[in-house]
Design a protein around this ligand. Structure first.
Ligand code: FAD
Length: 496
């Protein structure tokens, strides 16, 4: 056991650093003091602009005013992701944050859809999903209904640099101390190897009891100092590079992200109020830097606003995310490509986990083991979901896609796919970030059609089934029709 934890030092002032600072201070209050060290000379990774719905909980806990947040970070609403060319070229499907149909006891809605399909009604899951319908019509509004099936779960797209700045203001308002300077060296306790203080280039020293490493891919403390090690997953997720570039905004902002597959990677398009974020995630074994840049530039739909930003990464996770008195959060803790916009969420959930296991009276081994166990499971569950997008494909136009279709996948994922393929059954595993509705949409979108549906779906007559589906469709379509356009919503809600 170490001494009491009175002071937490965060290294890094990117999205991870400032979320960690704000959330820790908000939850732990005056039980600890928090100091964040960042170096403007190094800067942040400068990407990371699409999120998933739990971010709204983070904002709520931090007490942020939503309209102000949207205004300050130039945010837009995100209702889901359009996956284009993923199963085969020139086809698309939507991964919506919503749920198709309605909650049914004992037999999920999609089994009824499967039965309707077998009976020959032309029915498609997404027709019963308000998020999808609103996204396709470029609409959004806050829900004002007791009807759960009309909820529009949403997240945001925002400017990563403005977001870090905004959270910095919030954190400093809560009492977090900010120190500008580059960490040059580290002093450790000779007995237990714990970090005791950081020495900055200026000669200033910053001491602490617990250190949060938010230094980005370099992993200044967790790797460069503690040599924690890395589990490499690039045999399953071989993309290892990205090139990103902002472009001029379009007249209309779409309330969803686009993910467009290419021959050896995929391209994102993220609409913000003042610009679009664009980037290509690709495999360096298949494209050179110059080829990737040319591909991205030839697929931009508006004028570039800056030079391309090249980023290298290795997919995987740090072997221990908490090692001695260092907890790695953000890019220093591991990396899963941004296909499902999960990295910012991983920052949030790491800090929530840390507050639950916070070692106020000193670091004990059991808490560290529990923290690392939960982090590993969380990373693995997201990894499996990402692999699903690549592995279940019918593309024959490049070696990249053929190899991914042929590769061996983790047993955990193979089991999930087999269960769905055989019987249409989906279960949410313990604490899996992705609900059944997410797995369902990606499995179907990538081309898995279950051989069978649940027999309970046969318990309604054909007429009742027809009426039920028509009724749900009618309610959802009517609701979406009543919504304002996404741009009108932003304008009136945020006074833009
Ligand atoms: P960084 O932004 O790199 O910040 C590191 C900080 O450490 C900086 O402030 C730097 O100054 C500081 N630092 C480093 N060394 C020192 C030193 N010696 N002394 C002092 N300070 C130091 N996530 C999503 O959720 N959605 C997305 O759409 C998404 N898209 C992405 C696209 C790409 C191509 C990539 C690579 C990532 C994407 N991510 C996305 C991930 C997201 O960008 C990161 O999770 C997020 O930005 C957090 O980064 P970070 O704060 O850990 O690191």
């Amino acid at each position: 056991m170490q001494n009491k934890i009175n002071k937490v030092v965060i290294v890094g002032g990117g999205t991870a650093g400032w979320i960690s600072a704000a959330l820790l201070k908000k939850i732990l209050g005056n039980t600890v003091t928090i100091e964040l060290v960042e170096s403007e000379a190094i800067g942040t990774v400068g990407v990371g602009e699409a999120t998933i719905p739990p971010i709204r909980l983070l904002n709520k806990v931090l007490g942020l005013n939503e309209a102000e947040f949207i205004k300050e970070t130039k945010a837009t609403i995100k209702l889901g992701i359009m996956f284009e060319n993923w199963r085969v070229p020139n086809e698309q499907y939507f991964h919506s944050f919503g749920v198709a149909g309605k909650n049914m006891a004992f037999c999920q809605f999609h089994h009824y859809c499967s039965r309707a399909n077998q009976l020959g009604f032309a029915t498609n899951l997404w027709n019963y999903d308000a998020n999808y319908l609103a996204a396709m019509q470029g609409k959004f509004g806050h829900i004002n209904s007791q009807n759960q099936s009309l909820e529009l779960p949403y997240a945001y797209h925002f400017d990563a640099t403005l977001y870090a700045k905004y959270l910095r203001k919030v954190s400093q308002g809560l009492g977090v101390k900010r120190t500008e300077g580059m960490v040059d060296s580290v002093s450790r306790n000779v007995r237990n190897g714990y970090i005791e203080k950081l020495r900055l280039q200026s000669g200033q020293e910053v001491a602490g009891d617990l250190f949060i490493d938010c230094s980005g891919f370099r992993g200044l403390l967790i790797q460069q100092e503690l040599a924690t090690g890395y589990e490499d997953w690039s045999h399953w997720l071989p993309c290892d590079r990205a090139v990103a570039i902002p472009t001029e905004r379009f007249e209309k902002t779409l309330p969803y992200t686009r993910s467009i597959a290419h021959k050896a990677g995929w391209q994102w398009r993220i609409p913000l109020q003042h610009r679009n974020g664009n980037g290509l995630v690709y495999s360096s074994a298949h494209y050179s830097e110059a080829e990737a840049e040319a591909l991205l530039m030839s697929n931009l739909e508006s004028k570039p606003l800056a030079e391309p930003n090249f980023i290298r990464f290795k997919t995987g996770r740090r072997r221990k995310q908490w090692n001695k008195n260092v907890v790695a959060v953000g890019l220093s803790s591991g990396f899963l490509e941004p296909l499902e916009s999960t990295s910012i969420h991983l920052i949030q959930s790491a800090i929530v986990r840390l507050t639950q296991l916070f070692p106020h009276n000193g670091i004990d081994n059991a808490s560290v083991v529990e923290y690392n166990k939960q982090s590993t499971l969380e990373f693995e569950q997201i990894r499996d979901f990402l692999i699903l997008h690549y592995h279940v494909n019918e593309r024959t136009d490049s070696q990249f896609w053929r190899d991914l279709g042929d590769m061996e996948i983790p047993n955990s994922l193979a089991h999930k796919i087999a269960l769905f393929r055989d019987s249409g059954t989906l279960f949410r595993e313990q604490n899996d970030l992705f609900l059944e509705s997410s797995w369902l949409q990606v499995m179907q979108g990538q081309g898995i059609t279950p051989k069978d549906y649940h027999p309970i779906a046969n318990n309604v007559s054909e007429q009742k089934l027809t009426d039920m589906l028509a009724h749900i469709k009618q309610i959802k379509h009517a609701y979406v029709k009543s919504l304002p356009s996404h741009d009108e919503f932003l304008k009136s809600y945020c006074n833009l």
